[in-house]
Design a protein around this ligand. Sequence first.
Ligand code: ZN
Length: 230
Amino acid sequence: MTDAHCHLVRGESRHLICEPRTGEVGADDIVFYGTHPWYLDGYNEAALRARLEANPSAGVGEIGLDRLKDRNISPRMREIFESQLKLAAEFQRPVVLHGAKCWGEVVHAVQRIIKQTINQTNQTISRPPACLFHGFSRSGGLLPDIVALNGFISVGPAVLNDHAVNYRKLVQEIPLERLLVESDATAETTAEIPSVKDIAAKLAELRGFSLSALEEILEKNLENFLGRSH
Ligand SMILES: [Zn+2]
């Protein structure tokens, strides 16, 4: 079972891990480098470029916009997000996106930057970089745009909450080939966060699959997200 988005290594066999601390990463884990919208200090485009050049299997993340901590999105937040998105598009790396309370704006920014990068570099980009909409919990209205962006959506611990009626409805609407599961566990939250196996089991029940059948689908989706089956 793969945890499609987390910040530390736990019991799962594979992790897509954003900005891990040294020594934590297993042989099968995929590392993502990026500056989260909550921690913008010290962002350096040249440094990120160098890390991506040095690590051909690394993705870009967790990056994005945020209205959870502050209702206003600062120009600097947008600028840093766009700078990182451009690098992801240029290097054709998968991206993990954050968009708490502003997913529509994140979708629009991704649409714009990908178009721009393709025009500017004149590259033949066979497909836009795959985007993981992590923690996405809005209604289904944005799903067609997300699919068109080569987007994937990772279902998180909220699906285990029996009161999360709208979220359970959403996860049933996500196209099957775009589903992933995530813990979003950090060093601070790991004790209270369920395993992705528990999340997948609930998702399997909601989608009418056995756990093993769903697991097979999720692993295939993971390979597509990472661009390995093209
Ligand atoms: Zn996260």
